[in-house]
Design a protein around this ligand. Structure first.
Ligand SMILES: NC(=O)c1ccc[n+]([C@@H]2O[C@H](COP(=O)([O-])OP(=O)(O)OC[C@H]3O[C@@H](n4cnc5c(N)ncnc54)[C@H](OP(=O)(O)O)[C@@H]3O)[C@@H](O)[C@H]2O)c1
Length: 263
């Protein structure tokens, strides 16, 4: 039976790193990898770098935003069903973005798009892929360290990632008997194009970002062992733990006052 691995936001940053590492893994053989993002050229160029194995890499250039985005994934799954039996071995819901700045100064349309991509599409894609999963299948949902506390100057983003974390853990609990694991990746700063997008080009690099290779490698290892949350750096683990003792309002007010973000 055909075995499929789906990675969203696979054209850059952590998504591309997931694709590289999963492609290179010795357990990935005779699989089909589906890489999804909006920019067709970037996606094709990246896919062309994945060579040398009996793994078919297919690219799907599509906007995943909202219910319509999730429906597009349903359509390709339905089309595949008509061709024959297959199983989704792994789903990595990684596509997402943030916006920096106080909510009142940001574009509400962009904030709604963020909820549509980070929450609505991720939920729908999980729902549409699950009927094609079986015992041993894995879901990785990319949340963030921002999921643990409301953040000023990052209000909607932190709220979307709190949703991803909460949803992923509840889903892991519900799928335990089905033998399907769900892991929420909760990284702090990682060197990708994230800050450039979130700041509208005003901050090119993620401040103090760490190497996406190591974050992704750790996440894949943890998810293979059935972990519900992947937090790589000790500093991130401490932050996530300590956030339980910080008042939600205090956390938001403190970050609003002292963690300004260019926007
Ligand atoms: N970098 C960090 O510090 C950090 C920390 C915590 C969590 N995260 C999370 O990590 C995930 C990956 O982000 P990244 O840091 O790797 O950023 P990135 O380099 O900007 O990558 C984002 C990816 O998502 C795709 N994407 C964006 N909007 C899309 C849409 N509407 N439909 C389909 N694909 C879309 C992008 O490709 P196209 O533009 O071609 O569509 C790109 O492949 C996100 O969920 C982000 O929230 C990042």
């Amino acid at each position: 039976m055909k075995r499929i691995i789906i990675i969203t936001g696979a054209s850059s940053g952590m998504g591309a790193e997931f694709a590289r590492q999963i492609y290179a893994d010795k357990s990935t053989k005779n699989h089909e990898m589906w890489l999804i993002a909006r920019e067709a050229d970037k996606l094709t160029e990246f896919a062309a770098t994945l060579t040398g194995k009996n793994v078919t890499v297919r690219t799907f250039a599509m906007d995943l935003c909202g219910a319509a985005g999730a429906e597009r994934v349903r359509e390709i799954l339905d089309k595949e069903s008509k061709r024959g039996k297959f199983v989704v071995d792994m789903l990595i819901n990684n596509a997402g973005f943030g916006t920096y700045g106080p909510f009142i100064e940001t574009d509400p349309t962009r904030e709604m798009m963020m909820v549509d991509l980070n929450c609505t599409a991720l939920t729908g894609i999980c729902g549409f892929a699950l009927p094609h999963m079986q015992r041993g299948s894995r879901i990785i949902n990319v949340a963030s360290l921002a999921a643990f506390l409301p953040l000023g100057n990052f209000a909607v983003y932190a709220a979307t990632k709190a949703y991803v974390l909460s949803f992923s853990i509840a889903l892991a609990a519900e799928l335990k008997e089905h033998g399907i694991s769900v892991c929420a990746l909760c990284p702090g700063s990682v060197s990708t194009n994230f800050a450039n997008v979130a700041s509208n080009g005003k901050r090119r690099e993620v401040l103090h970002g760490c190497d996406p290779c190591r974050v992704v490698a750790h996440c894949l290892k943890k998810s293979a062992r059935g972990a519900k949350i992947a937090l790589w750096r000790p500093k991130w683990k401490i932050t996530a733990f300590m956030s339980r003792f910080v008042g939600r309002y205090i956390g938001a007010r403190f970050t609003y006052l002292f963690n300004k973000r260019p926007h």
